[in-house]
Design a binder for this molecule. Structure first.
Ligand code: NAP
Length: 267
């Protein structure tokens, strides 16, 4: 029997890299994102590897999208679910756009919960499956100048950790993959200014997903990518949250000043 993986955010960045890796591993793919042309390109590449890929051009913040996904999963035996769809927004909270904050919460929090609910229920009923939630190292700390984004990633991490325990007796393993800054269009879309030195120091999406996939196969519940970030998360636990928030705010303030949407980090 072939294996099947559902990937949200499959049109770009980490989700796209997961789609490519899983196609190489022989998974049939269910690819979800809004941009159908990008999804079709991923599906075409997968077809060269002999795997079947279906595309679902859905805006996950639309409740009808969750219903459609639920219907598409009915009767399917899903082996792996990767939830990578996510957006960020850079800038001070008081000057931030209400609409962008709402859209961020709708995707990173509400849709995350809804897709988890649909997928986890189906996997638990069948008695097997693996879930990878693409969280972030941002999930471990408050993030001045990206306050809503950091809080939304904390939601995904907490949900994953809780469900890892709750679903284990049903044969479902949940991994929260926590990358540090990773080369993708994410930063430009969020309006962050990334200098060339920082861009060079970032992990590639491929490095992140290879690590995340291995961690999921090992049943790791929280997988922080990169030794420096593992140390950072450990040390932060020893410090008062106010001190951590101040440090993050200082680092973030260097990223002020980008025009949202201008591509600078490659990929
Ligand atoms: N890049 C980093 O430094 C970094 C670090 C840690 C964690 N992460 C997390 O990694 C995940 C992926 O980010 P990335 O770096 O790969 O960024 P990206 O390249 O911008 O990818 C974001 C993905 O989300 C999809 N998406 C956005 N809005 C959507 C919506 N309303 N409905 C359905 N899909 C939607 C996008 O596709 P469409 O535009 O086609 O819909 C795209 O495929 C995010 O959850 C992010 O928080 C990123």
């Amino acid at each position: 029997m072939g294996k099947t993986a559902l990937i949200t955010g499959a049109s770009s960045g980490i989700g796209r890299a997961f789609s490519e890796l899983l196609a190489e591993q022989g998974y049939d793919l269910m690819l979800v994102a809004r941009r159908s042309d990008h999804l079709r390109a991923v599906a075409t590449d997968a077809a060269y590897l002999g795997v079947h890929a279906e595309t679902y051009a859905l805006d996950l913040t639309d409740p009808a999208a969750i219903t459609e996904l639920d219907a598409a999963l009915s009767g399917r035996d899903l082996d792996l679910f990767v939830n990578s769809a996510g957006v960020g927004d850079f800038g001070s909270f008081t000057e931030s756009s209400w609409e962008r904050n709402e859209a961020m919460i709708a995707l990173n929090v509400a849709a995350c919960m809804q897709v988890f609910h649909v997928v986890a229920g189906a996997m638990a009923a069948r008695g097997h499956g693996r879930i990878i939630q693409v969280a972030s190292v941002a999930a471990f700390q408050p993030g001045p100048l990206m306050s809503v984004y950091y809080a939304s990633k904390a939601f995904g991490l907490s949900l994953s950790q809780a469900l890892a325990g709750e679903l284990a007796p049903y044969g479902v393993r949940v991994t929260a993959l926590c990358p540090g800054p990773t080369r993708s269009p994410f930063h430009d879309a969020a309006g962050m200014r990334i200098g060339s030195a920082e861009a060079r120091s970032m992990a590639t999406a491929r490095e992140v997903v290879e690590y995340g996939y291995r961690a999921a196969l090992r049943g790791k519940r929280v997988a922080i990518h990169g030794f420096a970030f593992k140390v950072m998360v450990f040390l932060e636990r020893l410090l008062p949250r106010a001190v951590v928030a101040r440090g993050v705010g200082l680092l973030q303030s260097r990223r002020r000043g980008a025009r949202r949407g201008a591509r600078s980090t490659g990929e």
